[in-house]
Design a protein around this ligand. Structure first.
Ligand code: DGJ
Length: 461
């Protein structure tokens, strides 16, 4: 039997509108709290320059490009397919890598279409042509692969350092990656980022001493240089390896001049860990970092340098664990750190990813594929190239140059440079972390252009 207590009031149902307004109130309060936290951490909410800056608007237009190639897949005779069964036809990437194909020829056009700074006054002056041969001011193809750029306050010049691969390509043994003997690190100088003067080889490979890290039979890749304001020294870091990539180390060299010569100091495995593809990054406050692929390329490590930049400190963080990323390129905008990485597929191109963090030591989040325009294959192959560096452009906040290598493993000295505008702005498409519906990070976009140039007077804007 159930008794009813007359003194108890019936329980009132909460009205749905009240519930909804309370939730909205809580969300807004939380958002205000987050903004306040960002401000107290001196991280400003992103300003979407790309939407506002009309000077760079042209560079941020999405340019589509059709691919006019006959691939082996499209050439297949349906009757032969029926006869032979479904043998896997080569992919467009296989054909891109195979020098006997039409696809390969399309992506490695010859000297007739080279970017030539000597041919001044013509319509091409100042234009970047991603993927075409780029000549220096002596009329020779630039040899600065896997490179990076230093802006030198003293000389007000840009210096481009990279691998000189101007030798024959061969395989050290069956199944080995295509290689060129170590020749050294080239340096080119420029005021406008378009015409480059060859400053020579600033760190030479070693011809005789087989025990030397720089012996020609070894591997020297991805050299990068930063300036140490305390010791007034130019410090170069590079990937040092043996022909089968099992040494997995980093090397360091120094010079008193941006144009060298650099003295090679030593190689090491930071914190006793493998280090293959790497880069370095100098922050606004002078603190600098080494970022490298480790643990069989399954993850990246970030480690601050000691104050003289000659060693890593004791601290390091593992990031992108089990994500298999390499070719890191770092940059910073409005207090946020950004990174572009590639997948690990040897010399073959793959999809890039953009990442962001509030601190170099993480946590790092992945924003998605930054490539815009071109066509679907371009976007999935980073325009058939691999990241190496991202260069800030003073006077154009929020705009950067994305530098990548279009590797040609059939003839590595013929590898090309893909430079494209990179802009920060708009909403990112794959942001993992949302602060109650408000994406924490802006979008990083690399815009495809067949040809493009920096706005007039960009250095003084
Ligand atoms: C991919 C790396 O990013 C390049 O620097 C080079 O090491 C190749 N692998 C070698 O296969």
């Amino acid at each position: 039997m159930r008794f009813r207590n007359k003194h108890l009031r019936p329980v009132k149902r909460c009205r749905p509108s009240l519930l909804i307004w309370s939730i909205i109130g809580i969300v807004l309060l939380f958002h205000l709290y987050t903004l306040n936290q960002m401000q107290s951490n001196q991280i400003q909410p992103p300003i979407y320059y790309s939407d506002q800056n009309s000077i760079t608007k042209e560079l941020e237009t999405v340019e589509e490009e059709a691919l006019h190639v006959t691939t082996a897949r499209s050439r297949r005779n349906p009757r032969a397919v029926r006869r032979k069964g479904s043998q896997k036809p080569p992919t467009i990437i296989d054909e891109f890598l195979d020098k006997s194909t039409e696809v390969h020829e399309l992506f490695f056009p010859d000297m007739t279409r080279a970017i030539n700074p000597l041919a001044e006054g013509n319509d091409s002056t100042g234009y970047f042509y991603p993927g075409q041969i780029w000549l220096d001011t002596d009329g020779k193809p630039i040899q600065a692969h896997g490179g990076g750029i230093l802006y030198d306050e003293g000389t007000r010049m840009y210096y481009w350092y990279g691998e000189n691969k101007d030798g024959p390509t061969y395989l050290a043994h069956q199944n080995a990656a295509a290689r060129v003997d170590v020749i050294g690190v080239s340096c080119y100088s420029s005021k406008d980022l378009w015409s480059w003067r060859n400053e020579g080889i600033v760190l030479r490979g070693e011809e005789k001493d087989e025990t030397h890290d720089l012996h020609k039979s070894n591997v020297l890749e991805r050299p990068k240089v930063i300036y140490n304001d305390i010791t007034k020294t130019y410090v170069m870091w590079m990937h040092i390896d043996n022909a089968n990539y099992s040494k997995a180390s980093v090397g360091v060299a120094t010079s008193q001049n941006p144009t060298g010569p650099f003295q090679y100091l030593y190689s090491m495995q930071p914190h006793g860990c493998e280090s293959r593809d790497m880069t370095i990054f100098k922050d606004d406050n002078g603190k600098a970092y080494l970022i490298y692929s480790s643990e069989d390329n399954t993850e990246l490590h970030v480690s601050p340098f000691t104050d003289d930049y000659l060693n890593t400190s004791n601290e390091f963080r593992r990031i992108f664990v089990r994500r298999h990323r390499e070719a890191p390129a770092l940059f910073k905008f409005q207090g946020i750190y950004y990174m572009i990485t590639s997948g690990c597929t040897g010399w073959a191109p793959n999809s890039a990813l953009a990442h962001a963090a509030e601190s170099m030591m993480g946590p790092w989040e992945t924003l998605g594929n930054p490539c815009m325009g071109g066509n679907v294959i371009f976007r999935h192959t980073t325009y058939f190239s691999q990241s190496t560096f991202v260069l800030p452009l003073p006077g154009l906040p929020g705009l950067f140059i994305f530098m990548a290598d279009r590797w040609n493993p059939a003839n590595l000295r013929e590898s090309r440079y893909v430079w494209l505008p990179l802009a920060i702005g708009g909403v990112s498409d794959e942001t993992l972390e949302y602060s109650f519906g408000f994406p924490l990070w802006p979008r990083v976009s690399i815009y495809w252009h067949k040809r493009w140039r920096l706005p007039d007077g960009w250095r003084d804007l």
